[in-house]
Design a protein around this ligand. Structure first.
Ligand code: COI
Length: 354
């Protein structure tokens, strides 16, 4: 079994940070100085290395490119006012990562490599954590199959990696959302609950179509009736109807078990709202809008944190929200930020010190 003491660390000669302005950084553009790499071969994980960020050399027959055994996670690191780095709920991402691995017939990654590797990596790149509200260091663990064959089968070899990218807000302004009725993101029995690379590639065509119509993202509906709301773009979605927050439940296996979703549910309950995790029909949303009880709709995700929605369109029916007067989402975001930036006590044990 591999232990953190066995990780091989190669130091950089000069940090790229000297050449980068961490003000107004677009999501995913810059990578930090280091990356983590580990190999799965002969039934075990080996060669855990933290080394300078660099390109990979790969065979054109690399299995992942052809058949899509590829999964990932999104985690974030923050600095508190004293400049101390913390990671937000990484153990939850670790568990979800291995659930995705199992569904994709990939090996699970040991906790020591995922958690200790992440901590050591973030420690080395701690200078890259932006110290500005709504900014953070995005942590991207991922795994892909590395057999060099175009035979269709689960690979025998895999690579697990973690890369880091400083980031600002993902969706800077409130979004216009198109309720999707033709294309689907996930079906029961499929891989919707897994953070599989193909779920994101498969969503791009429908999203591009919605963008052509002037919308920022789609609100996915269920595969059978196109009635039950699922996720919004790459985020979980929460509806505030009256004093109740409603979000799709995880039972069907079509919804990602969002770590931010879970955190927001906890905060909403603490704010005194009733939270219902259940199937939500778009007709119920429209009825609530007509009755004046649909107050807010917002997305939650690691990259996006809390994303406000200013317009939701279903067929010809348009629901508009005045995002300047929202009562719930901005408060949830503020509470979450206060915990993440260490401004209030972390009573839930969400922040993990390096
Ligand atoms: C995340 O929120 O971490 C995501 O995975 C969304 C996206 C950047 C792919």
């Amino acid at each position: 079994m591999i232990a953190a003491a066995d990780f091989n660390i190669t130091k950089i000669e000069r940090s790229k940070l000297n050449d980068i302005n961490l003000e107004n950084i677009p999501f995913g553009k810059y990578m930090t100085d280091y990356m983590l790499e580990a190999d799965y071969e002969d039934g075990e994980w080996k060669n855990v290395e933290i080394k300078p960020y660099q390109p990979l050399l790969m065979a054109p027959s690399l299995a992942a490119i052809h058949y899509g055994q590829a999964i990932f996670e999104g985690v974030k690191a923050y600095k508190n006012d004293a400049g101390e780095p913390y990671i937000f709920r990484p153990l939850d991402n670790f568990k979800r990562f291995n659930a995705s691995a199992e569904r994709m017939q990939m090996p699970t990654v040991p906790e020591e490599i995922f958690m200790e590797g992440m901590k050591q990596l973030v420690k080395l790149d701690a200078n890259w954590i932006p110290e500005k509200v709504d900014h953070s260091l995005y942590i991207r663990p991922f795994m892909f199959s590395t057999d060099e064959t175009i035979g269709v089968k689960p690979s025998d070899k895999y690579k697990f990696m973690i890369i880091l990218s400083p980031t600002g807000p993902y969706y800077a302004t409130p979004m216009r959302i198109y309720v999707e009725e033709q294309y689907v993101r996930a079906v029961p029995g499929g891989i919707g609950f897994a953070k599989a690379a193909g779920n994101y590639g498969g969503a791009m065509y429908a999203t591009a179509q919605a963008k052509l119509k002037g919308y920022d993202q789609v609100l996915w509906t269920d595969a059978y009736e196109h009635k039950y709301v699922q996720e919004c773009g790459t985020m979980n979605v929460i509806f505030i109807i009256g004093n109740t927050a409603i979000t799709p439940d995880l039972e069907s296996g079509t919804i990602l078990k969002g770590v931010t979703r879970d955190s927001v549910i906890t905060i909403l309950k603490e704010m005194g709202l009733t939270v219902e995790e259940r199937a939500l029909n778009i007709d119920e949303v429209i009825e609530a809008h007509k009755a004046g009880t649909l107050k807010e709709v917002f997305g939650t995700g690691t990259a996006a944190t809390i994303s406000l929605i200013k317009e939701l369109r279903y067929k010809d029916y348009v629901m508009e929200f005045d995002t300047a007067t929202l009562q719930v989402a901005p408060k949830v975001k503020e509470t979450l930020n206060n915990i993440r930036y260490g401004k209030v006590a972390d009573t839930h044990g969400w922040m993990v010190k390096l």
